[in-house]
Ligand binder design. Structure first.
Ligand code: HSE
Length: 311
């Protein structure tokens, strides 16, 4: 048995209003910490312990996103004679819309690769992280795992090739997140999305996505303000989050560039041009939930450029 290694995989905001299932960014914190150790008692990847999950997460190796992703790395490398145990230290809320299962999947794959002395690059780990994430909600989407692994703002196409592209982060960009103390299962929030949209919606949302991506390249916050708008998914999910419209209105009133649902919710995010606006938005959002006696947690963060790391 060796002393082991420890890694961090950050929380993420998926969709970013304009890129359902194809766009996400990494936060500086919170995230998951994972400790990996070699074990001589078994082969394969197992979960030895999970801290701070309130008993909610499965420890069975085939059901936990961290061990499934880690095992997928071992399988890919054809390693059958090594045992690796993972301890997950949850430092972020579960079912929050902040990519909790993705952070565990990334942490698991990254920790296994690190303890094996990094035979794979980070980008090569991406498919195994997606496999881990699949266990959590039964669908393949890489918009949380890609930024958690690679950092930054990432455009990623689901499917066999997982084509991904890092987009620039404008100087000054801040993110405010509010997490009301309710839980939404991603599986449920996905099941209510209609499978077709009108041509007009497609045209408008295509403009929003293209304009947002363009605004990142130009650091053009005015263009971003015009484009950071979800006319397809947000209207279908907003009713799942109490006081969503009021929280969004409070953010926009306090100079948010835009505001929408983080991933499948219930967390809500707002982008802003500086930390001053970001803090004001945090306060205003929290007041809305406080007035209706819903506990909430706010986070103010920049984009994390690095993604998962060993420490
Ligand atoms: N793109 C996914 C969704 C992210 O919105 O369902 C889930 O975390």
């Amino acid at each position: 048995m060796n002393a082991g290694i420890k890694v961090f995989a950050p929380a993420t905001i998926a969709n970013l209003a304009v890129g359902y299932d194809i766009l996400g960014l990494a936060l500086e914190s919170p995230g998951d910490e994972i400790i990996a150790k070699i074990s001589n008692d078994f082969t394969g990847v197992r979960i030895s312990n999970i801290r701070n999950d309130g008993g909610k997460l499965p420890k069975a190796a085939q059901k936990n996103t961290a061990s499934v992703a880690g095992q997928a790395v071992l399988d890919h490398l054809n390693i059958t004679d090594i045992g690796i145990e993972l301890e997950i230290i949850k430092k972020m809320p579960i079912g929050s819309g902040l990519g909790s299962s993705a952070a565990s999947a990334v942490g698991g794959a990254f920790a296994v690769n690190e303890i094996l002395k990094s035979p794979l690059t980070k980008a090569e780990l991406l498919p195994f992280c997606v496999q881990g994430e699949y266990i959590a909600d039964g669908s393949y989407h890489a918009d949380n795992v890609a930024p958690s692994l690679l950092g930054g703002i990432i455009l990623v196409k689901n499917g066999e090739n997982l084509i991904h592209q890092r987009l620039p982060t404008p100087e000054g960009l801040f993110i405010t997140i509010i997490h009301p103390d309710i839980e939404i299962l991603t599986k449920n929030a996905r099941s209510i999305i209609k499978s077709s949209i009108s041509l007009n919606s497609h045209i408008d949302q295509s403009f929003n996505l293209a304009g947002f991506v363009s605004s990142l390249y130009q650091s053009n916050f005015d263009l971003m303000r015009q484009c950071l708008n979800d006319i397809i998914i947000e209207p279908q999910r907003a009713h799942l989050i109490p006081k969503f419209e009021e929280v969004k209105a409070a953010a926009l009133k306090n100079n948010a560039i835009g505001c929408s649902i983080s991933g499948a919710g219930p967390s809500i995010f707002a982008l802003s041009e500086n930390s001053f606006d970001a803090e004001n938005i945090a306060y205003a959002m929290k007041e809305v939930f406080k007035n209706v006696k819903i506990e909430s947690t706010v986070i103010v963060s920049r984009v994390n450029p690095e993604g998962a790391y060993r420490f």
